[in-house]
Design a protein. Structure first.
Length: 94
C-alpha cells in the first residue's frame, strides 16, 4: 500500500468494527495497521478482510490481513512501492 491508500484502509477497518460490534479505530491505531501492512497491496488486504468477515469471530488483527506465507517486501518510499506495483501490472498484462 501507499500512504494514499490510508483512507481506503480505514474503510476496511471501520467495516470490520461495525460488523463485529466494536468501536471504530482511532487514527493512531489505523496508522499502526498501515505500518504493519504497508508491504501488502491494498486489494490483497481488502480480499483478506472480506474473507475474515465470512469466517472470523473477532475483528481482524494485522496478521489476519496478511497473505499466509507472505514474506512481504518493505519499501522505503511510496515511489518505490508504486514502481513495484507498476512492474507487477506489466507482468500480469503479458
Amino acid at each position: 500500500m501507499i500512504k494514499a491508500d490510508l483512507p481506503d484502509l480505514r474503510k476496511v477497518l471501520d467495516t470490520q468494527a461495525q460488523v463485529f460490534g466494536r468501536q471504530k479505530l482511532d487514527d493512531a491505531t489505523v496508522e499502526a495497521y498501515w505500518e504493519a501492512l504497508r508491504d501488502i497491496p491494498l486489494e490483497a488486504v481488502k480480499q483478506l478482510a472480506t474473507n475474515h468477515l465470512r469466517r472470523g469471530k473477532f475483528p481482524a488483527k494485522p496478521s489476519d490481513l496478511r497473505p499466509k506465507g507472505a514474506d512481504g517486501v518493505h519499501f522505503s518510499s511510496d515511489a518505490q512501492h508504486s514502481a513495484h506495483l507498476a512492474m507487477l501490472e506489466l507482468a500480469r498484462a503479458q
